[in-house]
Design a protein around this ligand. Structure first.
Ligand code: AMP
Length: 219
């Protein structure tokens, strides 16, 4: 069973790698950021509750995220494993995840730490474009859609996410350094951290991650 957690700063490429690894290993990639954006688009109660945090580049409170996590991991497609992209982001969330999985008789099997320099992160975040309809992500430098400015999957015009505006990007990187970066040592201490540099072509990074997963899971 592969229960994978991606760690890495905003812009490190976690979402892109998670989507590719999901296709290769036939397990769902769960982006908590996308769950929240979807809730905001649909105008649900959860969407209203998290909007100011997400748009300000701040973390949504751990209690709210704990509910989101339990609800999503309880769905049938997670029974054979999952990939988490964007959770945990605090030590308290890592503990919640550990507890939720323990109750199901399993645990995180591998944490992939995606490393990227500050310069690369700024370039990636600045070039990022997203589909407001289906949530697919693109980049004007590294991951262009077939037709400029149009989503390959659903044909909707791509936009810059409000939290990808420069001032919010700075805030998100600061939040990452202060609250999420310590998770790397947390998983390292548990012996399940594997690190990968994202300063290479997407297929090369994906192959490297796939090799690490096979090494750890023995498949
Ligand atoms: P992402 O798409 O992963 O960059 O997430 C976008 C935004 O959603 C973040 O900047 C946070 O405001 C919120 N968010 C997503 N996942 C979490 C989480 N695990 N804990 C707290 N906030 C989160």
């Amino acid at each position: 069973m592969i229960n994978l957690v991606f760690l890495g700063a905003p812009g490190s490429g976690k979402g892109t790698y998670a989507a590719r690894i999901s296709e290769m290993f036939h397990i769902p990639a769960i982006s908590t950021g996308e769950i929240l954006r979807q809730a905001m688009r649909s105008g649900s109660e959860l969407g209203a509750e998290v909007k100011s945090y997400v748009e300000g580049g701040k973390l949504v409170p751990d209690t709210v995220m704990g509910r989101v996590l339990e609800e999503r991991l309880g769905q049938a497609d997670c029974a054979a494993g999952f990939i988490l992209d964007g959770y945990p982001r605090t030590l308290a969330q890592a503990e919640t995840l550990e507890r939720v999985l323990k109750a199901r008789g399993c645990a995180v099997t591998i944490a992939v730490g995606v490393e990227a320099t500050g310069e690369l992160l700024l370039q990636r975040l600045g070039g990022r474009r997203s589909c407001p309809e289906c949530g697919a992500g693109y980049n004007i430098h590294t991951l262009k859609p077939a037709k400029d400015g149009i989503c390959d999957k659903c044909g909707t015009a791509l936009v810059i996410r409000p939290d990808d505006e420069p001032a919010t990007i700075r805030k998100r990187l600061e939040v990452y350094r202060e609250q999420s970066a310590p998770l790397v040592s947390w998983y390292k201490a548990r012996g399940i951290l594997r690190s990968v540099s994202s300063d290479a072509a997407i297929p090369d990074v994906v192959s490297r991650i796939a090799a690490l997963i096979r090494e750890v899971s023995g498949s």
